[in-house]
Design a protein around this ligand. Structure first.
Ligand code: RP5
Length: 167
């Protein structure tokens, strides 16, 4: 049997409707040249498939999982319950509560099974991937270099910014 291809990051979202937010995590992984696998899998609609995917990610050398969900967002917590890999949660904005429901249900994990939770929305998705990259940078000098360059570039952008004149 052929060896499984390495995928350093697993990115999972509870629904295809989460894609517009979660694609920001994908973009960061792509820009840093980090291998990833991305799936829409639900903790309540497809629990068996979710569990199988987590096992597959572990077999593929995955170092961390990014999980985004909205509403009663138990996805990241369920993922964390099934693996000892670090899990980064992204609260997806919701229609009626603007993502406060997602935030609280992702961040308020009971003691013992942590989910490192980022901001609601696009910034949270991008930062989840950047947090994973910080973990990878601990042991991969090439990733570390890229992360330092990324930080320097965004700092430079602010230094060079010109504010508008008053009318
Ligand atoms: C959650 O329910 C998903 O993560 C999504 O944010 C939300 C709504 O899902 P859909 O009804 O759009 O599939 O499970």
């Amino acid at each position: 049997m052929a060896a499984e291809e390495t995928k350093l990051v697993g990115i999972v979202m509870g629904s295809t409707s989460d894609w517009d937010i979660m694609k920001e995590a994908v973009k960061i992984c792509r820009d840093f040249g980090i291998s990833y696998d991305i799936q829409a899998l639900s903790a309540h609609r497809t629990p068996d498939e979710l569990e199988n995917w987590i096992k597959k990610m572990e077999a593929q050398g995955c170092k961390a999982i990014v999980a985004g969900a909205g509403g009663a967002a138990h996805l990241a917590g369920v993922v964390a319950s099934r693996t000892i890999l670090p899990v980064f949660g992204v609260p997806i904005p919701s229609k009626y509560m603007k993502g406060m429901d997602s935030l609280l249900s992702t961040v308020m994990m009971p003691r013992g099974i942590p989910v490192s939770t980022l901001a609601i929305g696009e910034a949270g998705a991008a930062n989840a991937a950047l947090a994973v990259i910080s973990v990878l940078a601990l042991t991969d000098p090439a990733v570390k270099e890229k992360l330092i360059a990324f930080r320097a570039k965004q700092a430079e952008k602010i230094r060079n910014a010109v504010l508008p004149e008053l009318d």
